[in-house]
Design a protein around this ligand. Sequence first.
Ligand code: EPU
Length: 420
Amino acid sequence: MEKLIIEGAKPLKGEVTISGSKNAALPIMAATLLTDEPCILQNIPCLRDTWTMIELLKSLGKTVVIDGNKIIITSEGKLNHIADYKLVSTMRGSFCVLGPLLAKLKKAQVSLPGGCVIGIRPVDLHLKGLKSLGAKIEVENGYVVAKARHFKGAHIYLGGVFGSSVLATANVLMAATLAKGETIIEAAACEPEVEDLANMLTAMGAKIKGIGSPRLTITGVKKLRGLTYKIIPDRIEAGTYILMAAATKSSITLKGACYSHLMALVDKLDQVGIKVYPEGSLIKMKCKKVLKPVSITTYPYPGFPTDLQAQFMALMAIVEGVSVITDKVYPDRFIHIAELNRMGANISREGFNAIVQGVKVLHGAPVMASDLRASAALVIAGLAAKGQTEIHRLYHLDRGYENLDKKLTALGAKVYRERE
Ligand code: EPU
C-alpha cells in the first residue's frame, strides 16, 4: 500500500490536462457487450476502476487490447453471462453490465454491488426498469439472476427517493436499445455521462430521442454495430483541480475540460469570489484576495454534483464565516468531516447538514482516505494546510484521478508517494 505526502501552503501555477471521464467510460465500456463487432474507445482514463472494468469484460469473454488511453474491444467466442462477485463487489460501476448482458444473451447473473461508505446505494431502480422490459429477476446468494425471453418496449418511470439514478438509467437505456418496439424512460438521469453513453449507443446504430433530457425515447433495433468513440472529459476531475487552485489562492489553466459541464460549480465559485471562465478551448480562473463562505446543496445534474461536495467542503473549511452543506443525493456522504477536523477544520454535523465554520489555516496531519471524493477533499486540505499531510489508503484516489501526483507536481505542488 502507498501513502501520499503533501508539503502544503504552496501556490499552484500552470496548466493541467483533464483526463477522460471515469463515470462516462465505465457504462460505455459495458455497452460494448451489446455488439460482436470491434469497438475502439479513446480517452479512457488509466485508473483502477477502468482496469476493473477491463478485467470484467475479459472475464465475460471479450478480448481487450490497451494502447495508452485507447482500448480495443473485440469478441472471439461466446460471451459468458456470469459477472463475478470479486470484480463487481469492488466497484459499483460494474453493475451496469447487467442491462447489456440481458439484452444480448437473454440471461445474466451479476453480483449485487453492496453498500459502501457513502450510503446504502440500493439497486431497486435498475431492477424495476429491467423488469418493466420483461425480465424475470430473482436475488439468489448475493447475485441478481435475470432472464428475459424477449425484451419488449415499455413506459418506465425511473425516479427514486433521491431523484434520478445515473447507472439505473444507463442499465435500462442499454437494455432498451435491443428491445422490441418503443421504450420511454421518464425521470431519466441527465448527467453528461448518461448523455455520452446515449451518443455512443446512437453511433452504434441505436435509435434514441431526448438525449440529455429526463425523457428518453428508445426505438429498439435488431443489432448494434462496432464503432470508434471518444469519451468526454471528466468534469469531476476538472472541478477538483479548480478547487485545489482555489484553496491555495492560485489560478491555474485547465486544458481539455468542458466548461458547460461545470456551470453549477462555476456559479457557486462566483459567489465565493472566484471567477472561472472559458478562453478558447481552455478554462481559466481568477481568485479574489478575500473569499466569502457560500452554502451548497447537491442535486442530480444540472444541480451541484455530489461528487464535488467533499472537495467544496474542504475549500469552505478555510473560508472564514459559516457555510452549510447538504447532500440530497447521498445524505450521509460526510465521512470526510472527521478527517478534515483532524487538520484543524471546524465542521459539525447537524441532521442532514454539515455546518462549516471556516478557520484561518489548516495544519498538516496524518489522515485516512475513506472513499474516492473524500480523499480528494483531503488532498485539497493538504495542499492548503501549513506543514506536512500524509494521506493513507491512497488506493481510493487511484480509483478516480489519473496521474494525480504527476499532474500536481507539474503544477508546482510538493507531493510524493511513499510505501506504507
Ligand atoms: N438509488 C436508489 N435506487 C437505485 C439506484 C440509486 O435509491 O436503484 C439512489 C442512491 O442510493 C442515491 C441516488 O439514488 O441516493 C443516486 O444514485 P445513482 O444511482 O445516481 O448513483 P450511481 O449511478 O450508483 C453514479 C456515479 C457516482 C455518483 C452518482 C451520483 C458511476 C460509476 N458512479 O453512481 O460516482 O456519485 O452517480 O451522481 O457513475 C464517484 O465517482 O465518486 C461516484 C460515487
